[in-house]
Write a protein that binds this ligand. Structure first.
Ligand code: ARG
Length: 469
């Protein structure tokens, strides 16, 4: 008999049962559903629906279910969803007593509570991996403190930057992602238990205690809102989408940097694969997959926004469509972040190739113009003068390092010996010594601060619950 079967004098079609069933994916909420059901058993005892002896039998049965659930085939069943599955399993242990567990309770509040609890643990898992990726970036920055990269704008060589400065740019992005996941965690950390189907329970449950039993920090203020609110899932999907965008941008950089054309780094065998036809190939498949998966994750955010758009209050069955995209996203994001960290850990950096590329390009042109500006020439004129030098260099096939001071002074007598120093990309970057700039001293300081921030993030996620994988 269905949980809701009394009002029907015939059953649903087999087609509809298949269409509406969700156990094959919402079984991922099993543990959360049992934890929530245990909180409910306690609440039912407090309001006198269960005796304490009955409550203890139920709690014991739930613990047994948690232990048994690892067995292969445990979830091979045709129950409508995870909530009905859990109640049926309870019945297998405690018999008719199981029929009392759903007193004053609705699956609408249950699914909202389970999904939130599951999201909290998943977020912690992603944060741990983000911390690992930040650690990998920082460790590489510390291993290659001197490597110099031609920084790009418009994918054209622009100004020299230290390679650690480049790595720390991604550290910043992933740090903001960590914070976004933290905000998503805090929004998920609110209990819907006691909200019933929509109007609040008909029994005077202690909602604070139920929240605490289930591991939530607080209770939702409004029952109608609580059973249909999926903002926390949107927050999770948004945080995931942005993190995937950042990871995808880095993947794109590294696909280019590891190409024969750039040769700035080699990816490890751990993350590359060959071609079935072309024997010479070593393809950056891990990074390409990551770039591809970022589209899929952003798609899940769009999908849920479209599902929620136009839903009348309160619960509607459309909301069952909230889960698969979120489950998939959690797996894809956690794995992608881990894969990116592996790419960083196993890459071989080629500092000479980076520096050569910087020296061949005019990445020090701006520094040259700034010397003129320091010597009293207006920047507008300085820009034109250096533009002329570059144009002449390009015409004659002369690289920046090929110029003598005399030749330069023909363009502008204001140029002095410092101009020769500034032509070297390494000297040029030392001019950027302000906070956030790329001088050796600024970057060294930024790396030290980054290490402290990373330790602080790890401390924060341990302080409010930790866990999750
Ligand atoms: N499987 C449902 C979901 O995921 C659970 C809640 C069902 N509630 C209902 N009244 N049909 O949303």
């Amino acid at each position: 008999m269905k949980l809701w079967g009394g009002r029907f004098d015939s059953g649903p079609s087999e087609l509809f049962e298949r269409y509406s069933g969700s156990l094959d994916f919402d079984r991922r909420l099993f543990e959360a559903d049992v934890v929530g059901s245990k909180a409910f058993a306690n609440a039912l005892e407090s309001v006198g629906i269960l005796t304490s002896e009955e409550r203890d039998r139920i709690l014991e049965a739930f613990d047994g279910m948690l232990a048994d659930s690892a067995a292969p085939g445990y979830f091979d069943a045709d129950d409508e969803d995870v909530h009905t599955f859990v109640i049926r399993k309870l019945g297998e242990s405690v018999g008719d007593l199981s029929e009392k567990i759903h007193t004053g309770r609705s699956r609408n509040e249950q699914v909202a509570a389970d999904f939130r609890l599951w999201a909290k643990a998943s977020i912690r898992g992603v944060q741990v991996r983000l911390g690992g990726l930040m650690e990998s970036l920082l460790a590489l920055a510390e291993r290659e403190p001197e490597a110099l990269l031609p920084g790009y704008t418009h994918m054209r060589r622009a100004q020299a930057v230290l390679f650690p400065h480049y790595l720390l740019a991604y550290f910043e992005m992933f740090c903001r992602d960590w914070e976004r996941f933290q905000q998503a965690y805090e929004r998920a950390d609110v209990s819907p238990l006691g909200c019933g189907a929509l109007a609040g329970s008909g029994f005077p449950f202690d909602r604070e205690r139920m929240a605490k039993d289930m591991g939530f920090s607080g209770i939702a203020a409004n029952s109608l809102d609580s059973v249909s609110d999926r903002d926390f899932a949107l927050d999770f999907l948004y945080a995931s989408s942005v993190a995937m965008l950042h990871a995808s941008r880095m993947a794109e950089d590294w696909i280019l940097y590891s190409s024969e054309e750039f040769g700035f780094l080699d990816l490890g065998n751990e993350v590359t694969s060959g071609s079935s036809l072309m024997p010479q190939k070593r393809n950056p498949d891990a990074l390409e997959l990551l770039r591809g998966k970022s589209g899929r994750v952003c798609g899940s955010l769009q999908a849920l926004m479209m599902t929620l758009k136009g839903l009348p209050l309160a619960y509607n069955r459309d909301l069952q469509e909230d889960k698969e995209g979120v489950f998939d996203t959690a797996s894809q994001v956690a794995e992608s972040i881990e894969v990116l960290a592996l790419c960083v850990d196993t890459a071989k950096i080629r500092p000479q190739a980076m520096e050569r590329a910087a020296e061949e390009g005019w990445v020090s042109a701006t520094a040259l113009a700034e010397i003129l500006a320091r010597n009293g020439v207006s920047f507008h004129r300085a820009h034109q003068i250096v533009g002329g030098i570059v144009l002449e260099g390009v015409k004659q096939g002369k690289r920046p390092g090929d110029w003598t001071l005399e030749e330069l002074r023909e363009f502008a007598p204001e140029l002095d010996s410092r101009a020769m120093e500034a032509l070297s990309p390494r000297n040029a970057l030392e001019n950027h010594a302000l906070p956030g700039g790329t001088s050796t001293a600024s970057v060294r300081k930024a790396a030290r601060v980054a290490r402290e921030r990373l330790a602080e993030l790890a401390r924060r996620s341990r302080a409010d619950g930790g866990g999750g994988s």
